[in-house]
Design a binder for this molecule. Structure first.
Ligand code: CP3
Length: 334
């Protein structure tokens, strides 16, 4: 049975381009990465959706690609194009000498979290990183790719080199998350957005093993910190994932096996999700109906309401407000 009455709520990419107040700061700051390293502005952006909506979680404003940047890779965010990285081929192409130097480059992000921690009141504060495979994907592809052909070839024909970079990313991510926890994050989310590209042995070596290591080390470091995993697109592998990797919360997309919810109840893992962000581009009646469907679907589970992926830039603010209203009404009608 459910142990909480109220369904807590946040939206992936809640700080972002659908908000006019974000667009204002963004237009005055064309360098996205610089914005991620500016504690005043990054904390302000993190709080923008909180001021507008009654959300239960503040998420750090940053990006998963600050890690390749601190490893010495050239990372840029091009207007209307997304990230652009100078592709690498092996760990030798990185300028990575030691962990401390790398974390020093991320110091401003810890400052942002400290500001947020001082202002968060009773709200939860989420720190995050990319899953090692997802970050590797961008490092090898050099940006967003439709075919993912380079990364697929890379892990097939240069598995040893790929696993060497995964090792570095796992190590850096663990220390990065620990520092985020020390700076005030009480939740951490690991965005393994491209987990769905892999199957069988590759899923085990590139998704399960590194995510498991991160969970183990974070729990050793801080028992009270909640870990949210988001191995997007895992499909039937969601079950293997939660059997192998410690999760306090698992974030789901649209496609998961029906008996997964029973398994999550048995293991007392909270479900996060899973309104399709595409639905938020439609009319209010659809938004209302789809929000209710999500609440119904997870009513027997511990549930954090969220989307199955990030909010799309064209989303109307009135539709976000509608979702929140429907959740509130659903709570009081029970
Ligand atoms: O959720 C939040 O509000 C916190 C901030 C956050 C951003 N990126 C800000 C951002 C988080 C948690 C991320 C995670 C992230 N970044 C992921 C994992 C989640 C996912 O979407 O799968 C990935 C793969 C990235 C890499 C990335 N960053 C891409 C592919 C892009 C371009 C596409 C896009 O959505 O714009 C970004 C840019 C980015 N990261 C923006 C924001 C607000 C837009 C930048 C802009 O203002 O132009």
């Amino acid at each position: 049975m459910k142990t909480v009455n109220k369904t807590p709520l946040w939206f992936m990419r809640q700080a972002g381009r659908y908000l006019p107040e974000y667009m204002k700061i963004r237009s005055e700051n064309p360098d996205f990465l610089k914005l991620c390293f500016n504690p005043n502005l990054a904390s302000e952006i993190s709080l923008q959706p909180i001021r507008r909506f009654d959300l239960d979680f503040i998420i750090l404003f940053s990006d998963i690609l600050v890690i390749p940047f601190c490893l010495g890779q050239d990372v840029k965010f091009l207007k209307n194009h997304g990230p652009s990285l100078t592709p690498i081929f092996s760990k030798k192409d990185l300028n990575y000498s030691n962990l401390k130097k790398c974390l020093d480059k991320l110091a401003n992000i810890f400052e942002t979290l400290k500001v947020l921690n001082s202002k968060r009141g009773k709200k939860n504060l989420i720190g995050f990183c990319g899953g090692p495979f997802t970050v590797l994907n961008y490092m090898i592809e050099g940006g967003t790719s439709l075919s993912h052909s380079k990364i697929k070839k890379y892990i097939k024909y240069q598995k040893k080199e790929a696993l060497e970079i995964i090792r570095i990313l796992t190590e850096v991510s663990i220390e990065y998350l620990k520092k985020q926890i020390e700076s005030g994050a009480n939740y951490i989310q690991i965005f393994e957005s491209w987990a769905g590209l892999l199957e069988k042995e590759e899923y085990s070596d590139f998704i399960i093993k590194p995510n498991k290591e991160i969970s183990v080390e974070i729990k050793k470091f801080s028992k009270r910190t909640k870990i949210i995993h988001f191995p997007r697109g895992s499909g039937n592998n969601y079950k293997n994932f939660v059997e192998e990797v410690y999760c306090d919360v698992i974030s789901l997309d649209q496609n998961y096996p029906t008996d997964l919810l029973n398994l999550l109840r048995k293991k007392e893992i909270t479900v996060q999700g899973n309104l399709d962000p595409q639905e938020l581009l439609k009319d209010t009646i659809t938004v209302e109906q789809k929000t209710k469907e999500v609440l119904e679907k997870f009513k027997e589970n511990n549930h954090i309401f969220n989307l199955s992926h990030g909010i799309l830039p064209k989303t109307k603010i009135s539709n976000i407000e509608k979702v929140i209203k429907v959740i509130k009404e659903y709570e009081t009608s029970k």
